[in-house]
Design a protein around this ligand. Structure first.
Ligand code: FRU
Length: 544
């Protein structure tokens, strides 16, 4: 085209030639540009389709498209989007120099993957932390009209660690005026230096309205430190909590502090989450909680013993969303365990997040409980609702067959708490769940559930959870299976177990045994769950 323009057979004057040149170039650019864009979109779609069909890829849980992920970070709701940042190593499927990966969602079920948000710099790798919306522009990073999203995270300086120093973790901040898409690191970093505490990390920041201050919870090995700041840049230490209470079998990590109100009594308390590795009830990593009071300066609790948010082996480093109404406390955890996280048998990606869960507080004769249950938006994925619920009489059994168990939701009610469930397949894989009402014990046995040999800690023992049995009470049981995970919720989320599983092929049989002599299991249904990736397929552009 360009050659033609310079061809002598054209009798245009110079000006016309120049105009035609620009016009043709514009047409060409538009054409070529559109073509490139179209091809790229198709490529991306192809990739999306391939990556969500890999073996063990969850169909309704968040996973990174590729490579390694651990803790959820910077959970913040802003302008209609739930942002999920996460510990990410973009170059391998095992842990490495940490970045913050980024995704966002309207319902916390369908996620949109976005470019990496934070990269390591000369102060270190970007470890876990949180994000807030600075509505009143206390930091001066944004304005009241366009407030900054401010991330606070831990810098981990590898050189310092390698040199055997104990001050290699410091706290830094970065801000975004583009809804988390672009970030600027604060020139005054680090905002909290380290005076010699080896494990000094994972800041969780929130706005405390009564004192009109930013409050931060930060872990320091075996306790939580609380700080306050008027502007997110200058921080003063206020108080410490936890040296003498709770579980101390490992290092404390990823704290979170927030208020909750007991729906029955109307009592408002504060919950403090603390993850710990190792030392969880069933081995390796786990998350404990404390219920107490917080006056803006100090957290106090009468609780001495450890209470666990989840008795499963695979719910770690979970924290809650900032910038939501107080009654909507939403939690997401990393669905793995440091014991074997690097070795799980997935290929191009590693690790998923738990389902998003709503937290609530309940008080009974035994004290305060932090309950967690999947969000209502997860229920929208139930792909078929016209099922006839089953009843299983005392001492009777039922065998169900089908192909939906590994991407399904099973539900039933039991008044006696004596039952046994067995998921199995033709490869002689068995996943066994049992509840014994006489001892108040729920057991999950994945020793023969499929692939277990990738790490000695994965399938070496049964995992148990204590249940308080109240005579005459009907317990609801919900089981969410998604290819390589099972999440068990009993009694409205008072008792929870989250576990990874790697069956050789999907389970296609479920035996339900009612082990009780007196009462029936009722309302048993197994619902197939939709894949969140089907939407991506449907949006596929048509080639012409
Ligand atoms: C928890 C944790 C955090 C740390 C991050 C590093 O899983 O160890 O304490 O910030 O992971 O990736």
């Amino acid at each position: 085209m360009r050659q033609n323009l310079h061809c002598d057979s054209f009798s245009f004057n110079q000006a016309s030639k120049i105009w035609l040149f620009f016009w043709l170039c514009a047409v060409q650019c538009l054409f070529v540009g559109c073509q490139t864009k179209k091809t790229k979109t198709l490529e991306v779609m192809e990739e999306e389709q391939a990556w969500h069909e890999e073996p063990y890829r969850p169909q309704y849980h968040f996973t990174p498209q590729q490579n390694w992920m651990n803790d959820p970070n910077g959970l913040v709701f802003y302008r209609g989007w739930y942002h999920l940042f996460y510990q990410y190593y973009p170059d391998d499927t095992v842990w490495g120099p940490m970045h913050w990966g980024h995704a966002r969602s309207k319902d916390m079920v369908h996620w949109e993957h976005l470019p990496i948000a934070l990269y390591p710099d000369e102060l270190g790798l970007i470890f876990s932390g949180s994000a807030v919306i600075d509505q009143q522009n206390t930091s001066g990073f944004g304005s009241v009209e366009n407030p900054a999203m401010v991330a606070m995270y831990t810098y981990h300086l590898m050189e310092g660690e390698k040199a055997g120093r104990d001050d290699f973790q410091t706290q830094g901040i970065a801000y975004s005026l583009g809804e988390g898409a672009t970030w600027t690191k604060y020139a005054g970093n680090p905002v909290i230096a380290n005076e010699g505490i080896k494990d000094f990390r994972d800041p969780k920041v929130f706005w405390h309205e009564p004192t009109k201050m930013w409050v931060m919870a930060l872990v320091a090995g075996d306790h939580v430190k609380f700080y306050e700041s008027p502007n997110l840049k200058e921080w003063s230490h206020m108080s410490d909590f936890g040296k003498e209470v709770g579980a101390h079998g490992g290092v404390w990590e990823c704290p979170d502090l927030f208020p909750l109100t007991d729906a029955k009594s109307g009592e408002r308390k504060w919950a403090l989450l603390v993850s710990m590795n190792p030392g969880a009830p069933n081995g390796g990593s786990g998350t404990q909680y404390f219920i107490g009071d917080f006056d803006g300066k100090e957290f106090v609790s009468a609780q001495i013993e450890a209470k666990w948010l989840d008795y499963g082996t695979d719910n770690y480093a979970g924290v809650t969303y900032n910038n939501l109404p107080e009654a909507e406390r939403v939690f997401i955890g990393w669905m793995s365990n440091w014991d074997y996280a690097r070795d799980t048998p997935t290929e191009s990606w590693r690790s998923a997040m738990t389902l998003p869960r709503k937290l609530s507080l309940e008080k009974d004769e035994a004290g305060y409980w932090l309950k967690n249950l999947p969000l209502a938006s997860v229920e929208n994925l139930i792909a078929k609702t016209d099922m006839n619920p089953e009843t299983i009489q005392p001492k009777d059994s039922l065998t169900l067959t089908g192909k939906d168990f590994n991407q399904g939701l099973g539900r039933f009610q039991t008044a006696t708490q004596n039952f046994r469930l067995e998921f199995s397949n033709g490869k002689k894989n068995f996943l066994i769940l049992e509840m014994d009402g006489s001892t108040g014990t729920f057991t999950l046995d994945r020793r023969a559930s499929g692939k277990i040999g990738f790490h000695p800690e994965f399938g070496n023992k049964e995992h148990t959870m204590p249940i308080r049995i109240t005579k005459g009470q009907v317990y609801d049981v919900s089981l969410y299976l998604d290819k390589s995970s099972i999440e068990v919720f009993i009694d409205g989320g008072k008792y929870v177990m989250t576990q990874q599983i790697f069956p050789d092929v999907d389970y296609d049989q479920l035996e339900v045994h009612n082990l009780d002599k007196v009462s029936a299991i009722t309302d048993l249904s197994v619902y197939p769950m939709a894949s969140v990736w089907i939407d991506a397929k449907e949006k596929r552009p048509v080639e012409n």
